[in-house]
Design a protein around this ligand. Structure first.
Ligand code: APR
Length: 243
């Protein structure tokens, strides 16, 4: 009996994993883009047109994230447990800008769309922690320039963070899990096709409903993340990665 395969694993998460923590997704019926025009708040053009509107949009979401009743859920906790049990084999790539994976204990983590609780200087690219009422009109603590602070978030039309590291991990993985994402936005939506092109990994989608890329996955587990993710992690820890 060969030992169970334990990795390396690449996990991609989207807004659906944080839904049961009380954070809205983007494209569900009650999602953010049903209420706000993404062109106004999630593009460089929108920020150039009305920086105050953009800062207010993200400050509102920051305060929501920092309210007492928003905390990691059982799905975040299960991914942190998997990393703790299979240290160095688990690489978590999130499209989410919340800090719930960190608060659950995940460490080998990359925010490919940036982070809500950080700001970046448009003049020197230094990244600073966000604090209440910090806006574009403030000085950059690194270069002293004024009026260049922007959310450290990747907007539509901008290059996501960490793409080389992600591509390398996808090429080497034995398991690719996609959790809580609609498979709408590239390059993340194309990760499963890249893994399947190489053909050496098992690919699984865990989502409330079939995503746009559902047919590309070898396995699909539908249901709320707080139920299906802990159960799948338990299976992995018991039986290893399916061959
Ligand atoms: N459990 C599991 N999945 C869920 C849950 C839940 N409780 N609730 C919703 N979902 C699923 C939805 O069915 C949907 O497929 O999560 C997915 C969320 O999809 P989107 O709202 O499109 O969010 P996401 O895929 O993360 O968006 C990707 O788009 O707007 C940009 O930069 C933004 O990172 C974001 C990117």
């Amino acid at each position: 009996m060969s030992p169970p395969r334990t990795g390396p694993i690449v996990i991609l998460t989207g807004a659906g994993i944080s839904k049961e923590s009380g954070l809205d997704t983007f494209r569900d019926a009650d999602g953010i883009w049903a209420r706000v025009n993404l062109e106004d708040v999630a593009t460089p053009e929108g920020f150039a047109r009305d920086p105050e509107l953009v800062q207010a949009f993200y400050n509102d979401r920051r305060r929501g994230l920092q309210s007492d009743n928003v905390r990691p859920n059982a799905a975040h906790d299960a991914l942190a447990r998997l990393e703790a049990e299979w240290a160095d084999e688990v690489f978590l790539v999130t499209q989410n800008i919340d800090d719930l994976h960190e608060r659950a204990g995940s460490r080998n983590l990359l925010h490919m769309h940036g982070e809500l609780l950080k700001v970046r200087c448009g003049a020197c690219a230094a990244v600073h922690p966000w604090h209440d009422n910090l806006g574009a009109e403030h000085d950059c603590a690194a270069c002293g320039e004024t009026g260049h602070l922007r959310p450290d978030i990747v907007w539509f039309g901008e290059m996501p963070f960490g793409m080389e590291r992600i591509a390398d991990a996808l090429d080497r993985c034995a398991l690719f899990l996609s959790i809580g994402t609609s498979g709408t936005v590239y390059p993340a939506a194309g990760f499963v096709a890249e893994v399947e092109r190489l053909g050496q990994a098992h690919t699984v989608e865990l989502n409330m409903e079939a995503s746009l890329g559902a047919t590309l996955f070898r396995e699909s587990v539908l249901g709320p993340a707080t139920r299906v993710v802990p159960a799948y992690v338990e299976r992995l820890l018991t039986d290893g990665i399916p061959r």
